[in-house]
Design a protein around this ligand. Structure first.
Ligand SMILES: Nc1ncnc2c1ncn2[C@@H]1O[C@H](COP(=O)(O)OP(=O)(O)OP(=O)(O)O)[C@@H](O)[C@H]1O
Ligand SMILES: [Zn+2]
Length: 574
């Protein structure tokens, strides 16, 4: 059985995620996980909260809670919202887990043994007004690379360059805004990424079929300017993974913790170990090529700003350890989703957030719009008009309407079972089988290649075919002259609902299970487009006499009043 390991960039703990975060990482990862499971793979789908670092400390302080307590609560909030969006993680872990402590300290020890860690006195920004060292992202200033004025000390979000706070022009404290900053000496561990540059370069060259966005970002930071820089991997903070060499103390590093970007990706592995401890499985067969992970295909999902960490920093940790760890096989990165003429922003509370979205509409409405408009090749924008149009057209008019018409018509004329009929395909049926077969093949290929917008377009086109078939065959007229033909048409259309229930499930899992439940066809298997006669077989799967029910309305249309109300309610900042 093929085995697929899937990870989504892990969401930071300090607040509820917006729809941009969702569509840039967790949601497409879920789409793919659901698809691979439907295709019969053994799947391990891991996500977690990213809990360390100053923003968590500050958010806890603001909430008046100890940071550990705050993180535990926010983990639950994020977990519940993930469930609400039907994100089918095998495990939703926490980067603060004991498993991650152990693994992070283990990797640091291995890297040190390999001569890839060096203790350096570094100069760090101390803020007199705040009475503390300022970690990277709490120093803001102008990017030396592109001139963006709100660059953070760890990275410029405008040009994606990884920065050190001391690189910034006109630095200021992001906590207090104070410019009364002083650079002080403090000792830190550095990962000698520069020594790994050639190995990383070869490793990237050895990858087949990586998307352009991924390769170009990686190559840029590998070669531009001075090339890949050594990276400080420790911080003067309280909340984090204590710096240790495996189980042993690290002399001189007392009181320091690992930098959040060092421990966060290791949580992909630790999250699998958490899963194993909770469920009694073996995590190493997913992660160690010497322990059975040789046949695993590992796919990562993330927004573009995370690409350097996943193509360079995390692989540096894995390769540098000298141990046979599984590295990523395919890395799917996304551009940004913007919100109504501007950017989504967690800090400014701009946009629609996951809890708000679910408070106004069920998950499938959002999943469909987000996935069919995912910022795959360029940034895209959420507007309420566009959202209303897509939902009303694709989900209500096309798919929902088809299911409703077919099931209600059958109930009124033949009762709630597939009518007795002889399958004698006429031109309409032959056309449908042919066209649906072609589209299904296209759909499957795009899903295999993780071309999400193209896959959504093919799925939508398959739904449209159902309505076209109904219009062309017109069983409500046929029944007056040729009841046998009408019975066959209705039976055919009921089978189409079952087919839609199967193939739509990765995108709209709730509506898909409504369709399959209504057709009493739960557990129906994916029709493999590669097999001959797949569609024809699928469209004759429900035999005469098979009972069904008429489902509740699957999708309500969004009214103009609702659209205006929501646009007003979610304008401005949270
Ligand atoms: N507008 C966006 N569109 C698509 N993906 C995004 C967007 N903003 C962030 N992401 C991605 O969301 C994932 C989770 O992000 P994370 O929780 O770390 O928040 P973040 O990157 O700090 O975003 P923000 O600054 O808006 O809080 C990351 O993979 C990131 O690349
Ligand atoms: Zn920049």
């Amino acid at each position: 059985m093929p085995r697929t390991l899937i990870t989504s960039a892990i969401p930071y703990i300090n607040g509820i995620k917006h729809l941009g975060n969702l569509v840039g990482s967790q949601l497409p990862a879920d789409l793919y996980a659901r698809y691979r499971r439907a295709r019969g793979d053994e799947v391990m789908f891991i996500c977690a909260t990213d809990e360390h670092g100053t923003p968590a400390e500050l958010a806890a302080k603001k909430a008046g809670k100890p940071v550990a307590e705050y993180c535990a609560e926010m983990w639950q909030v994020q977990k519940d919202l993930a469930d609400g969006f039907r994100l089918s993680f095998d495990h939703f872990g926490r980067s603060s887990s004991p498993q991650n402590h152990r693994l992070t300290q283990h990797f640091a020890a291995r890297l040190d043994d390999a001569g890839l860690i060096e203790e350096r006195s570094s100069r760090q920004v101390y803020s007199h007004a705040d009475g503390r060292f300022l970690p990277d992202r709490y120093v803001e200033g102008t990017c030396p690379n592109c001139g963006y004025e709100r660059a953070r000390g760890d990275q410029c979000e405008n040009c994606t360059k990884q920065l050190d706070p001391t690189d910034l022009i006109e630095p200021r404290s992001a906590i207090s805004g104070s410019t009364d900053l002083e650079v002080r000496e403090t000792k830190h561990l550095f990962l000698l990424q520069s020594k790994l540059r050639d190995r990383l370069d070869q490793w990237i060259d050895g990858q087949e079929g990586w998307p352009n966005l991924t390769v170009s970002i990686a190559k840029k930071w590998l070669h531009d300017g001075d090339g890949l820089q050594d990276r400080g991997i420790t911080r003067d903070l309280d909340w984090g993974i204590p710096v240790q060499k495996g189980d042993d103390p690290w002399p001189g590093m007392e009181g320091k913790v690992f930098y959040v970007w060092f421990d966060a990706p290791i949580e992909y592995i630790a999250g699998t170990a958490e899963w194993a401890d909770a469920h009694g499985g073996d995590w190493e067969r997913w992660w160690r090529t010497d322990k059975g992970a040789g046949d695993v295909r590992y796919v990562q999902f993330m927004g573009k700003d995370n690409v350097p960490f996943h193509t360079l920093s995390f692989p540096a940790t894995l390769l540098g350890s000298g141990e046979p760890w599984k590295t990523v096989d395919y890395l799917k990165a996304f551009n940004y989703l913007n919100y109504d003429g501007g950017q989504f922003s967690t800090s400014q509370g701009r946009g629609v957030f996951m809890d708000q979205a679910l408070s106004i509409l069920p998950a499938d409405y959002w999943r469909w719009w987000l996935l069919s408009h995912i910022p795959e090749n360029q940034d895209t924008e959420f507007t309420w008009e566009n959202f209303q149009t897509s939902v009303n057209k694709d989900l209500a008019d096309v798919l929902g309407n088809f299911v409703s018409r077919v099931t209600k018509f059958c109930r009124s004329k033949f009762g709630e079972t597939v009518p007795e009929h002889v399958f004698s395909p006429d031109t309409n049926e032959e056309h449908l089988v042919q066209s649906l077969g072609d589209l299904h093949q296209t759909y499957q290929t795009h899903m295999d290649n993780i071309e999400i917008r193209k896959a959504a377009a093919a799925l939508r086109a398959m739904w449209v075919l159902g309505n076209e078939y109904l219009q062309a065959s017109a069983p409500w007229s046929t029944i007056k002259t040729d009841p046998d033909a009408a019975a066959m048409q209705v039976a055919f259309a009921l089978n189409l609902i079952r087919f839609y229930g199967i193939v739509s499930a990765p995108f709209i899992p709730d509506a898909a299970s409504t369709m399959l439940r209504a057709m009493r066809a739960e557990g129906a298997e994916w029709p493999d487009a590669e097999r001959p006669d797949t569609v024809q077989d699928a469209l004759t799967a429900l035999p005469a006499g098979h009972a069904f029910t008429v489902p509740e309305v699957m999708f309500a249309k969004i009214t103009d009043d609702q659209r205006e109300d929501w646009a007003a309610r979610f304008a401005g900042n949270r």
